[in-house]
Design a protein around this ligand. Structure first.
Ligand code: NAD
Length: 429
């Protein structure tokens, strides 16, 4: 099939390279000239395992082309994906400026029947909005259909998730458009849920809100564990083995962050509000999440007797392992809070350092995790990168002023950390 993908971020680029790998003819478009140039040279502007190889293969086989022109891409394509960002506005409502801008451009460029697929995460009703915008450009109703095809990939395993999705959701008003997408995805052999536009849009918000709720639930329970002397890992294991509950998303930690959960849960609350429902449950999910990080920082502060003049080493900056994405990362809250109270921060991350350096040039960035401990008063494990799981903890503790380790992701066993000389604290036990 001939496909255009507008927006080459985590979702658009991965969608584009995978669809090209499957033998389609794909044109990826971005408005950022730097990204377009890098992609044309075979260099992905984001860090995502496996993308670079697929990008290079796609360019070489000519199944993948990169362009800065929506008009050109739409004129060559039967299916056009919208995969631009939908960040939260000041008040938490999703900002659909980019979706609107792209829909307008698509409307101006349609010359033959085109299926316009919205992959960006949007509030219910946005598909109708896209349809309306295209109609306003003078396009005949018979010349296009709008489909909602929300994306569920996870950064860090985006290629795998795109090739092996748990399900593919297709929301459409027209059977012809739905069938087109069913055909496009047929080779993935994944379960497909074909529904109406509004339901498809709500599936995405519903799924992310539910997962965030699960994490906030176990984090709230971790506080009860801390107060009662129970161990949250055992509690979670005991709960999660119940098939009705499930083990996933029951790891207590610093809370959820990243580019999706914060904005999608907030977006769900705002969407419900607009429609006349007060989604109080999700408001509490958000507030538990925010307090989880602050509670942890308060514990570090209390142990150190304040941050003034202290040096704290942050292990990990990305919002989760295997990505350089720092949107709503817990590391940023920590840097803010520690520095605001007169502390110094040193930090190490395998791939996200440069992104944080742009925001916080005053942090001391080190090249090696062991350099963090050099004269540090405390280490905080923020991101559970695999390379942190196999560290020589004795070597890590050796150079510290005081070997204090706060493990925000429950990576280390308490007795192993203590044997290595650390005074060890974690969440929920
Ligand atoms: P991103 O910010 O990484 O990428 C968006 C891209 O769109 C950027 O490269 C930007 O330059 C480009 N763009 C913006 N306006 C444009 C325009 N007018 N014309 C052409 N290009 C334009 O975003 P992302 O993380 O890929 O997310 C995209 C959407 O997918 C969001 O709605 C997000 O919520 C959703 N989503 C993201 C993830 C994820 O893990 N990142 C997962 C599922 C769904």
């Amino acid at each position: 099939m001939h496909i255009a993908v507008i927006g080459t971020g985590y979702v658009g680029l991965v969608t584009g390279v995978v669809l090209a790998e499957l033998g389609n003819n794909v044109i990826c478009v971005d408005k950022d000239p730097r990204k377009v140039e890098m992609l044309q040279d075979g260099v992905p502007p984001i860090y995502e395992p496996g993308v670079e190889e697929m990008l290079k293969r796609g360019l070489k086989s000519r199944h993948l082309r990169i362009s800065d022109s929506i008009e050109f891409a739409v004129s060559q394509s039967e299916v056009v994906f919208i995969a631009v960002g939908t960040p939260p506005a000041e008040d938490g409502t999703p900002d659909l400026t980019a979706v609107r801008a792209v829909a307008t451009e698509i409307g101006k460029s349609i010359r033959h029947y085109t299926v316009v697929v919205n992959k960006s995460t949007v509030p219910v009703g946005a598909g109708d909005m896209v349809e309306q915008i295209i109609l306003e450009q003078g396009v005949d109703r018979a010349m296009f259909d709008v489909v909602s095809n929300p994306e569920f990939l996870r950064e860090g395993s985006a290629i795998h998730d795109t090739l092996h999705p748990d399900r593919i959701v297709i929301g459409a008003k027209s059977r012809e458009a739905a069938v087109k997408l069913v055909e496009l995805y047929a080779s993935l052999e994944a379960p497909m849920i074909v529904t109406d536009l509004n339901s498809a849009e709500l599936i995405k918000y519903g799924a992310n809100s539910f997962l965030a709720m699960k994490i906030s639930f176990i984090n709230a329970l971790s506080r009860v564990c801390e107060l009662s002397g129970a161990n949250v890992a055992d509690v979670a294991r005991g709960m999660g083995t119940d098939g009705r509950i499930g083990r996933q998303f029951l790891s207590a930690g610093l809370g959820w962050g990243g580019s999706c959960f914060p904005k999608d849960v907030q977006g769900m609350v705002k969407t419900a509000e607009r429609l006349g429902y007060d989604f109080g449950l999700l408001k509490e999910v958000i507030s538990i999440n925010e307090d989880q990080t602050l509670h942890f920082i308060r514990r570090v502060e209390a142990r150190l007797g304040g941050f003034q003049g202290k040096k704290i080493g942050l292990m990990g900056l990305a919002f989760k392992p295997n990505t350089d994405d720092i949107r709503d990362a817990k590391s940023l809250v920590m840097i803010e809070k520690i520095m605001a109270k007169g502390g110094k921060v040193a930090a190490y991350d395998p791939v996200a350092t440069e992104n944080v350096r742009e925001l916080y040039p005053n942090v001391e960035y080190v090249e090696n995790v062991y350099d963090l401990s050099d004269s540090a008063d405390c280490l905080i494990l923020v991101t559970e990168w695999n390379e942190f799981k196999q560290l020589d903890l004795e070597r890590l503790s050796a150079c510290m002023k005081e070997p204090v380790l706060f493990d925000g992701r429950r990576v280390y066993a308490k007795d192993a950390a203590e044997r290595a000389g650390f005074e060890y604290y974690t969440i929920g036990s």
